[in-house]
Design a protein around this ligand. Structure first.
Ligand code: GSH
Length: 196
């Protein structure tokens, strides 16, 4: 059985959501970031990690994509133009959503107080709002890549949830409705229920 290292309050949520979508059983080892337990799986202390048999894999997006590839769902096949477009969306979300939210977190509570620059947060919020607008304009079908749910949908919705928690600006109605449909999925709700 897969083991997910990390709690649902962190990026480990993404991995749990993917496993639920794939219908794969998993066990959660609720290690906190930077804890000794987390360091047993990833020397940097970062979570999530995934234990798959003899392998320990790290980075939430790499893990989601690995699982999608391995089980042949929620992804376009590797080596196709559709996959290149899906990967481009994934990397764009990492740059424009995840990295912005992470920078805000670092300047809110991750860095020691003397390294925080709280003034940067207004600029990060504006940048995020712009990216959310761009994403909304790109939404063409029920899912980010069209008719089928894929890895970028999970990453984007997790980031939007994170943004709400971090008190970032609200997104427009189109994006909010799309995110709310994703949150209605049984797999999303199963992670919430399991971690309640
Ligand atoms: N790119 C990595 C980032 C992992 C990450 O920074 N995780 C946070 C928790 S959500 C963490 O472990 N932070 C502790 C630290 O940065 O020292 C991923 O997506 O898994």
């Amino acid at each position: 059985m897969y083991q997910v290292i990390g709690t649902a309050k962190t990026r480990a949520f993404r991995v749990m959501w993917m496993l639920e979508e794939l219908g794969q059983p998993y066990e959660v080892i609720p290690a906190a970031p930077r804890s000794d337990e987390a360091k047993q799986y990833n020397p940097s202390g970062k979570i999530p990690a995934l234990v798959d048999g003899a392998h320990v894999l790290t980075d939430s997006v790499a893990i989601m994509q690995y699982l999608a590839d391995k089980h042949g769902r929620l992804t376009a096949p590797a080596g196709t133009p559709d996959r290149a477009r899906q990967d481009a969306m994934l990397f764009w979300l990492i740059d424009e959503f995840d990295a912005i939210l992470w920078a805000a977190a670092k300047h809110s509570f991750v860095f020691p107080e003397d390294r925080r620059v709280p003034q940067i947060k207004d600029s990060l919020k504006a940048e995020f709002a712009q990216a959310a607008m761009t994403l909304s304009e790109r939404l063409e079908g029920p899912f980010l890549m069209g008719e089928e749910i894929s890895v970028p949908d999970l990453l984007a919705v997790h980031c939007l949830n994170w943004a709400i928690g971090a008190k970032f600006p609200e997104v427009d109605e189109r994006l909010a409705k799309w995110a709310s449909r994703l949150r209605d999925r049984p797999a999303f709700k199963a992670v919430r229920a399991r971690s309640a």
